[in-house]
Design a protein around this ligand. Sequence first.
Ligand code: SF4
Length: 754
Amino acid sequence: MAADGDITTHIRTCPLCEAMCGLEIHVDTQQQVTLIRPDREDVWSKGFICPKGTTLGHLHHDPDRIREPMVRDGETWREVSWEAAFRRCDELIHGVLERHGKSAMTCYIGNPTIHNLSLSRYVGLFVGLSGLPMLYSAGTVDQWPKNVSCMLMYGGMWRIPAPDIQRTHYWLIMGGNPQASQGSLLAVPDALGEIAKIRERGGKTVVIDPRRTGTADKADEWIPIVPGTDALFLLAVLNVLFADGLATLGELSDFVIGIDDVRALAAQFSPESVADTCSIPAETIRRIAHEIAAAPSASIYGRIGLCNQEFGTLASWLIDVLAIVTGNFDRPGGLMFGRSIAWSVSDIADPQWADGVSFGRWKSRVRGTPEVLGQVPISCLAEEILTPNTSPITPALTCEPGASSQLRSVVTIAGNPVISSPEAAAMDRAFADLDCMISVDNYLNETTRHAHVILPGLSQLEVGHYDDLIHSWAVRTHGNYSPPVFDVPAERPREWQILTVLGALHAGMHYDDIDIAMFDDGFFDAMCTAQGVDGAFVRSHYTEGGTERMLDLQIRTGPFGDRYGANPDGLTLRSFRDAPHGIDIGPMEPRARQIVTTPSGKIELAPPYITADVERLKARVDRPVDDLLLVSRRHVRSNNSWMHNVRVLMKGKDRCTLLINPSDADRCGVVHGAVARVTSEAGEVEVPVEVSDEMMQGVVSLPHGWGHDKVGTRLSVAREHAGVNNNLLAPGTLIDVISNNAIVNGIPVAVVPA
Ligand code: SF4
């Protein structure tokens, strides 16, 4: 922090996405943010920023942001004290516990949780303390296929290798659009800027996507592909590599098992056999295979378009397989594992898999969907609320997963599933039906308007920040701590305290009996034990608990930490406080041999759980062609559903449009600027048409995160630009069956003039 006249300058990391950009925030004497610009001295981002990063002040000052707890009486909201809010939560939670038992209660964890210092560190305490038998999250509409494939290949669901694009010579991008979203499951500043640097190194970037995205415009080549056929394409590339003698495990030849199984599978998918289905010529598939093999290094990257599709796990798995069998794994320029300075709570071994990984240990009550990595699809949530029990349930304080009764209580944490999840209409009806809904959220949005109580967190500028799990897939080992820009009274509950109270209430305690500090100490001690240090000894170093204590522990017991004096030159949180522009250790280094924890102790290239799904994929080849398939898209000025209330980001032309290829527009009889009706098995929407050759023929696109026309929200700017919710068209029954991930890319639709 530095003062210059009336302006104080704060150095901070943007918490909005995985690019982790360094910001310079100017605040005047009236406590108004007057300017946000890039921090050119930031050791990581070096001056890169996107339009969203400049709007943290708008979010902080947004009059619609909730600052005090709110309780709903019928249709009326009133602000209440924190004590009154927690007492109302006590009443609601205990009401459901007594009438229906724990099996009627769950929670939903939204994506922003991972970008929040408090929520990311303490959501585990809430889950453990609450004893909720099942939880739902944005994970099953985002990256669950990648979690499944990494769990089976490497032994950890968050051991996700990142493409080392800062050193690669060939970047293959499938189903990702860094121009809009930067990296995702890839932490790198200015991902798009790396394309020019790869070209300067004599390399090449290829984008494979149904849409010529902003990233494709910058790349060297765009190859359109039919949605949902990426796994076929990747198997055909592998087919060529094996057939032409180009496959190599390089230095990992003694550390990978299963390559013969992969070879045998790939042999069934010649380029000619999949070319029509993928709409990619066989000679192009052969050429791409040879280009990857010939490149000095290659980074293979698949993201959300590969996860949110019919064969999400196969496609996500094959991305890594392709890197491994071309010798582009665990070496510079290929796929590599990041290394965090501060370990993440998510890195700690989950006791539910102490006896090894197995799926389908229990099933959802209504649909009978087997769990995968402890979760069933988010699309099950609405039916679990709306479908009555067929037999009486005896209320109980604890229960087994899968023994759930009709859900009567949901806690939502930083999420808006009414907008962001399939079965959006059913989700909207379901939340309205609950006996108890409590939302930890800063906005009265399409989801939280159904809550009985809203417990607001602080603004991003009122809390400390240090990214958590994201560093696991960062292209460099680095860290940056941001202290709060604005002070908040000490008695104002922080998110971690809110989560602790909610967890204890679910555990059967009453508000008056909850000792937050005691639970915090217990949680802290458990984390100390997991790191092999004594909790009582470590706690003696601190005068207060909470997030910064936890972060200090994460740093000090991490790979570069001081281990509380055992390594005097090691890092502490103080080191980061003294280095406002961050600390950079260096680029990723080979470390697969240190972190793979599969039963075999090696990389398991062909997990039977995944390879068995190839039979389902084979049937895709002969399936009749759908007339039109819907895919989603993102925009650099949006962040899922929640930044549409920032007026400066909403300037310009309407972004919520149906993108359609000119020939499809002719065929459907729709014209640019007119309104089309888009219909799927799940529902219909009416939306302005944008005719563009950026869409391949046979594929249309709607953006993700819109539909702000609901009555009862407090999103004044977003309501002026409501748009339509693409998830109204996503049937909840469409899932990648081996991961439980939703299919929102590749939905059959019909388009007609409205
Ligand atoms: S790319 Fe934009 S949203 Fe993401 S961290 Fe940087 S400034 Fe923030």
